[in-house]
Ligand binder design. Structure first.
Ligand code: C2E
Ligand code: MG
Ligand code: MG
Ligand code: MG
Length: 283
């Protein structure tokens, strides 16, 4: 009967919803414990000079290996960490760990490497953010000119006045600033040119259009030109094919990162490249 069916549907719906809520709560709880249980690791992805093939920097990317759940992607847990505010202590741990790792790589025979660290919206807006970055730099002895802070284009463009002020204060610490996922937000060119930034990162969605979609290609070229006319470094993300690499080099993009050269890897794997004295250059 209709009535019964309705009730069954309703029951089914609430059970499914309950499951979702339960799952979500359980995930939140595991996430809360993960920091103290030391379940997080930073992986690093090399950023390679398209002209010389040298590794110029690495981007730190967090990995969570939960004993109960296995490997969980940051695309899943970073948004939860943002919503719960856990991103604040987690973000501080990320920054500190990346600085400590960077100092371990400042050795004779190793090339100078930029260390790029992603910062999420909530972290960036937190009142104590700048003070915390300053504190981590001081406590670890990190040389700020080798530290690059990545903020997505959307974060930089939202609350433009406040973001500008926050970026200026950040810049005063002597760090570099990169705009991540560039091309996916809604930049005002007038605002962009006033930002105290050093690098534009071409979003991987456009890079993956190379050889496939002319409009995507046009966007890649436009971003490269924009970066060059603003005297910014330009890095292409998500480079997976030779063809993309050739296109980027031909169009004078400065650097690339992507599976073609190297996935994000644990520190020891990065060291293999560094030991080779950067002789493992891309063709
Ligand atoms: P993102 O900062 O734009 O990082 C680039 C993402 O592209 C990474 O995914 C990286 O593993 C992936 N990638 C690199 N090369 C290729 C490629 O050739 N092809 C493809 N398809 N993908 C490639 P990941 O590590 O899963 O991170 C996803 C996002 O999660 C990041 O995007 C960033 O927004 C966030 N995230 C990761 N680690 C951190 C962190 O330590 N702190 C914060 N706040 N966010 C992080
Ligand atoms: Mg990034
Ligand atoms: Mg990106
Ligand atoms: Mg992204």
């Amino acid at each position: 009967h209709a009535k019964e069916l309705g009730r069954n549907n309703y029951q089914f719906f609430t059970e499914a919803l309950n499951m979702k809520v339960q799952e979500r709560l359980a995930l939140e709880n595991s996430l809360r414990k993960a920091l103290e249980r030391e379940e997080f690791m930073l992986y690093y992805q090399p950023q390679v000079d398209l002209k010389t093939g040298e590794i110029k920097g690495v981007e730190a990317l967090i990995r969570w290996n939960s004993p109960e759940r296995g490997l969980i992607s940051p695309g899943v847990f970073i948004p939860i960490a943002e919503e719960t505010g856990l991103i604040v202590p987690m973000g501080e741990w990320i920054l500190r760990s990346a600085c400590i790792q960077s100092l371990k790589w400042r050795q004779p025979g190793y090339p100078g490497l930029r260390m790029s660290v992603n910062i999420s919206a909530r972290q960036f807006r937190e009142p104590q953010f700048i003070e915390k970055v300053a504190e981590v730099i001081k406590e670890t002895g990190m040389d700020p000119q080798w530290l690059e802070i990545e903020i997505t284009e959307s974060i930089a463009m939202e609350y433009a006045e406040d973001s500008m002020e926050q970026l200026r204060r950040l810049k005063q610490l002597g760090v570099r600033i990169a705009i991540d996922d560039f091309g996916t937000g809604y930049s005002s060119m007038n605002y962009l040119r006033k930002l105290p930034i050093d690098t534009l990162k071409v979003d991987q969605s456009f890079v993956q259009d190379i050889g496939i979609d002319e409009n995507g290609e046009a966007i890649v070229v436009t971003i490269i030109h924009l970066a060059q006319s603003l005297n910014l470094k330009v890095i292409a993300e998500g480079v997976e094919t030779e063809n993309q690499q050739i296109f980027l080099r031909t169009n004078r993009c400065h650097e690339m990162q992507g599976y073609l050269f190297c996935k994000p890897v644990p520190p020891v794997e990065v060291e293999k490249y560094l030991h080779m004295g950067n002789s493992s250059k891309v063709k």
